[in-house]
Write a protein that binds this ligand. Structure first.
Ligand code: ARG
Ligand code: ZN
Length: 846
């Protein structure tokens, strides 16, 4: 439990630590409830610092003794750490603390998971391991000795020596404490080898629990692919003799880039065709790449303070998206990323949790591992690359690595390398880091003589952290199409810097059709009454072609919700042509059939001054799905048949695209045939993609319960597969049944609520079921609040993260607002609420 009156920390208050750390030696004597950690740390006064207070962070530690230069000292201890009088010359600090890994359910610091020891130190978990200046700008080399009976004892860096019951590791690369890791347990190594571009031989291992050995091959390959890619594309070579990945069942996030010892949520690394879907494979490949890429963007160059989090996360997300685009299909990746950005980041920007990519204050930094910092942070890098061009981007990034290797940096450092290497003034561009909110870009057109003119007006809605947004630099990739669909002008990038700005294109013999914001070149809301039907048929930019289908579908859905209009026939006709077009990638055609999320429709209704009715939205989407089934009816079975994969399963883009289109057809077929084809697919499926898709379609049909029972019987011993079983039932529940379904699942003997994956699978799925969560009787709100209150003392981080389900509450009607408000009050008034959850609820209630 933390302080009652939490402090707000401000970017503007940054000061360096009064001491530098020369080296760190740690000894762990492992015992589940009483691990001893002995530290020996060489400090020296920091000449660059004015504040010379010797404060070491430390939480939930029992100090047994402390010494300075061998003399026992008696530090002053508080709940946050200790202070002590120290000499103003270099000195050696030693201490021994006792900690309780088995009692650590928060999964931060050193904890136990499925019988092993593991750590999670980012952002501020190291202070639960020993007393230390736990801040990213304090970097040091670490030498770690682990004593314990476990057969596998791992830490960062290179192995130095080991014997029965002990192992020693040394990490030669100075690092902040948040990159420290330790793992110990009965683990099996899936080994691999890699030779770097300069001939360094690297030993690779993926460590898993016995029984998971068959789920390692894909992750190992993804790691090798990532290592090759970072050499080829960014010139970055690996820098240790060994690279280890460990799969852990209980983990708050996806994974963690600890130096040389990445720790992964098992769901983000373990994969096999029988247990993982195509989507799982793609996500795993991306996360392995992401964590590996952090070795340079995060570890070799880290952050000065946590306000700079986007420096490593935005850049690394951008890098992993480039990797996925290269490994798979660039347009499909771009479309998927934009769907995700709109679903999560735009939502954040539209509500009380809006914050800049680089926040200026926080209470609990763990609450800022957000879509804004990560995904919008990556969009900002993408815009920078678009503005300066690919070659200049590469040069600037090379300069960044040259200039800042080994340092803890800021966004200013990052921008400076671009200014220095390109000569551009990026002062205005920097607003992308300091202003919250999604810019709206209104487009008007005119055509006079043979000159075609586009006028852009930008406006960013004000938010709590950015009450007065200024114009931003918006790169708009666009092209012009002629009436016959040919390109009248290929893609150009317009740079919008002012509130209102016009661009003219002379020499147009006929009025062209513009295709604006190609590739989604900036994270903005485009307000343009474009000829979407024409663009859906003809646009040469695959993103905008998809976007046109989206816009038509959305317009149609909004008209159904507001005026009860029937689905738009122009949309259905255009869609039919694209879906039938065998020259297009099946994955892309599958994306075309997708509809905007119900929460996105609610957001748009709210933005346009209406009060969204979740039930009406649900019905409109259902009617649209029915209309799709009817419009596509002649091709459903032929396309389903044509996209069955007969070769051995491979999770690559080609095969998964076929399955995606086949299953998109099956979804619509099931609306017609009552589940016969889905049942056949379920019965014959030899991989999880096909099995799970069929199961999802069967839920709600007559065969649903039997299929769920069969699935459970088959997979009851596989946690990751059972997470799918828990989640899918909630996702596929009828709106009125969603809360009851979730409630019943929380009573299932296998509902281990302390496991974040299982908790999220069940209650996270409820929060994402728009009409179910917002059921009029408030049952969804009450159930989620019950569980958040229960989880908070056990795991504040996961609780706080899931509070964001309530962030959209002001969109809804007065009755729903009252119901949600009551739950927010109830959570807020829970005695001993964590700092994490208190901050989130406080911001949401504002
Ligand atoms: N740096 C990790 C990643 O992006 C995320 C760790 C976040 N952990 C946390 N407790 N907030 O890969
Ligand atoms: Zn990351």
């Amino acid at each position: 439990m933390r302080d009652a009156a939490p402090q707000t920390i401000y970017l503007k208050d940054y000061t360096p630590f009064g001491f530098t750390v020369e080296e760190v030696h740690l000894t762990f004597d492992l015992a589940p409830s009483a691990t001893r950690v002995t530290s020996r740390i060489k400090f020296a006064p920091n000449p660059d610092a004015t504040d010379k207070t010797f404060f070491l962070h430390g939480e939930e530690l029992t100090l047994r003794w402390a010494k300075i230069d061998g003399e026992t000292v008696e530090p002053t201890i508080t709940a946050e750490g200790l202070t002590c009088n120290v000499p103003n010359i270099p000195f050696v600090w030693e201490s021994e603390v006792q900690i309780d890994p088995a009692g650590n359910t928060a999964l931060e610091g050193l904890y136990r998971s499925s019988g092993m020891y593991c750590t999670q130190c980012e952002a501020e978990g190291f202070r639960k391991i020993t007393y230390y200046p736990d801040r990213p700008d304090v970097m040091s080399t670490f030498t770690v000795r682990i004593n314990g009976p476990e057969p596998v004892l791992l830490s960062n860096g290179n192995p130095v020596a080991s014997g029965k019951g002990w192992a020693e590791w040394h990490d030669p690369w100075p690092k902040p404490a948040y990159l420290f890791a330790l793992v110990a347990g009965e683990l099996i190594a899936h080994p691999g080898k890699f030779t770097t571009m300069n001939g360094r031989k690297v030993e690779l291992n993926l460590y898993v629990r016995p029984g998971d050995e068959h789920k390692c091959a894909f992750g190992m390959q993804a790691l090798k692919d990532s290592m090759v890619w970072d050499e080829k594309v960014y010139g970055r070579e690996y820098d240790l003799d060994i690279f280890n990945i460990v799969a852990v069942d209980d983990f708050n996030m996806g994974a963690m880039e600890n130096k040389g010892l990445n720790v992964f949520n098992s769901s983000a690394v373990l994969a096999s065709p029988e247990t993982s879907t195509d989507q799982n494979f793609e996500r795993i490949e991306a996360i392995i790449a992401h964590e590996y890429f952090h070795n340079w963007t995060g570890n070799r160059i880290t952050c000065r303070d946590w306000f700079q989090l986007c420096l490593k996360e935005g850049l690394t997300v951008y890098r992993d998206s480039q990797f996925t685009s290269d490994m798979r299909s660039a347009p499909v990746k771009r479309i998927s990323d934009v769907i995700d950005l709109r679903g999560r980041q735009f939502t954040e920007d539209q509500g009380p949790l809006a914050h800049p990519v680089r926040p200026e204050s926080f209470q609990e930094i763990n609450n800022f591992y957000t879509a804004t910092v990560y995904e919008k942070g990556a969009e900002v890098i993408g815009m920078l690359r678009t503005l300066v061009g690919a070659d200049a981007y590469s040069k600037a990034v090379d300069l960044y690595f040259d200039r800042h290797d080994g340092q803890a940096c800021t966004i200013e450092d990052w921008i400076q390398v671009f200014e220095d290497s390109t000569g551009r003034d990026l002062g205005q561009f920097k607003r992308w880091y300091s202003q919250a909110g999604t810019p709206h870009l209104k487009v008007t057109e005119s055509y006079e003589g043979d000159t075609y003119t586009l006028t852009f007006a930008q406006h960013t809605p004000p938010s709590a952290t950015t009450p007065d947004p200024k114009p931003q630099v918006i790169p708009v990739a666009m092209g012009l199409l002629a009436a016959d669909g040919s390109e009248a002008m290929g893609t150009q990038v317009l740079e919008i810097t002012k509130d209102t700005q016009s661009f003219s294109f002379p020499g147009q013999p006929a009025r062209p059709v513009p295709s604006i914001l190609r590739g989604f070149s900036a994270p903005v809301v485009l307000d343009h009454s474009a000829d979407h039907a024409f663009l859906l048929a003809h646009d040469t930019d695959p993103f905008n072609r998809w976007e046109s289908a989206r816009a038509l579908a959305k317009g149609s859905l909004m008209a159904t919700i507001r005026q009860g209009k029937a689905p738009d026939s122009a949309y259905l006709e255009g869609l039919t042509k694209v879906v039938a077009d065998d020259s297009l990638d099946p994955a892309y055609r599958a994306l075309m059939i997708g509809l905007p999320a119900q929460s996105e429709l609610a957001a748009s209704l709210h933005a346009e001054g209406d009060v969204p009715d979740p039930d009406a939205i649900h019905l409109a989407v259902d009617a649209m799905r029915e209309a799709q089934a009817e419009a596509l009816q002649d091709m459903l079975h032929p396309l389903y048949d044509a996209h069955q994969v007969t070769q051995d399963y491979v999770p690559d883009a080609a095969q998964s695209g076929k399955r995606a289109l086949g299953n998109a057809m099956l979804a619509l077929i099931t609306r017609r045939d009552g589940g016969a084809v889905a049942q056949a697919q379920y019965d014959t499926a030899t991989n999880m993609t096909q099995q799970l898709a069929a199961l999802g379609f069967l839920i709600g049909a007559e065969q649903g319960d039997a299929a769920l029972g069969a699935f459970e019987a088959q997979w009851k011993d596989d946690r990751l597969v059972m997470d799918k079983w828990f989640g899918l039932q909630v996702m596929k529940a009828k709106p009125d049944d969603a809360a009851d379904t979730a409630t019943a699942l929380t009573r299932h003997h296998d509902f281990n609520w302390k496991n974040p994956n299982r908790f999220r699978a069940t209650l996270g799925a409820l929060a994402m079921h728009h009409a179910g969560f917002h059921a009029k009787d408030g049952s969804g709100y009450a159930l989620l609040a019950d569980w958040l209150i229960k989880l908070d003392p056990v795991n504040p981080q996961t609780t706080a993260r899931m509070c964001s389900a309530f962030q959209t509450w002001r969109r809804y009607d007065a009755i729903r607002q009252t119901l949600i408000k009551a739950q927010l009050e109830r959570i807020a008034s829970t005695p001993g609420l964590s700092r994490d959850t208190a901050e989130m609820i406080g911001r949401i209630r504002e």
